[in-house]
Design a protein around this ligand. Structure first.
Ligand SMILES: NC(=O)c1ccc[n+]([C@@H]2O[C@H](COP(=O)([O-])OP(=O)(O)OC[C@H]3O[C@@H](n4cnc5c(N)ncnc54)[C@H](OP(=O)(O)O)[C@@H]3O)[C@@H](O)[C@H]2O)c1
Length: 119
């Protein structure tokens, strides 16, 4: 599945800062996936945002549980697959770069291919 909108995944999105982030990103035109470790709380939060006419969907994810993260990744299938804009190898390179950037590397911004990009 392809989409024109930028997609954001927000963990802990059912309340607090996460919820507000979901709302603000959605208001800025992002398609937002609200991740919540409790499905019912996630659905309730999504329902509130849909009442504001926002484009938000829900996925269950406990970031302390690898199995839960894997299941969420499988269910968010419109970020990858055959129509993904990058190969898994290209995508992994960016993640590897960010994970190994070190304390003297750039921070406080958004990066693509090792260069800062506007958001
Ligand atoms: N609020 C502030 O002024 C402030 C300032 C600086 C830093 N922070 C930090 O920013 C973070 C969020 O703050 P907050 O005020 O939004 O906190 P919050 O209202 O307590 O919300 C925390 C969120 O994280 C979720 N969460 C906790 N453990 C999780 C897990 N294992 N997997 C997935 N989601 C999990 C919670 O889900 P459940 O609803 O299921 O518990 C909830 O959605 C905290 O680490 C806090 O220390 C907050």
């Amino acid at each position: 599945m392809t989409h024109d909108k930028q997609v954001a995944l927000v963990t802990g999105g059912n309340r607090g800062i996460g919820y507000e982030l979901v709302k603000q990103l959605s208001l800025k035109g992002f398609k937002v996936i609200l991740a919540s470790r409790d499905r019912e709380m996630g659905n309730k939060a999504v329902q509130k945002l849909k009442e504001l006419d926002l484009d938000v969907s829900c996925v269950e994810m406990d970031v302390a549980n690898y199995e839960s993260i894997s299941q969420a990744a499988v269910s968010i299938n419109d970020m990858g697959g055959p129509s993904a804009p990058r190969t898994p190898r290209q995508a992994a390179e960016s993640i590897l770069w960010l994970a190994t950037i070190g304390p003297d590397g750039p921070n406080g911004g958004f990066f693509r291919d090792g260069k800062q990009i506007p958001w």
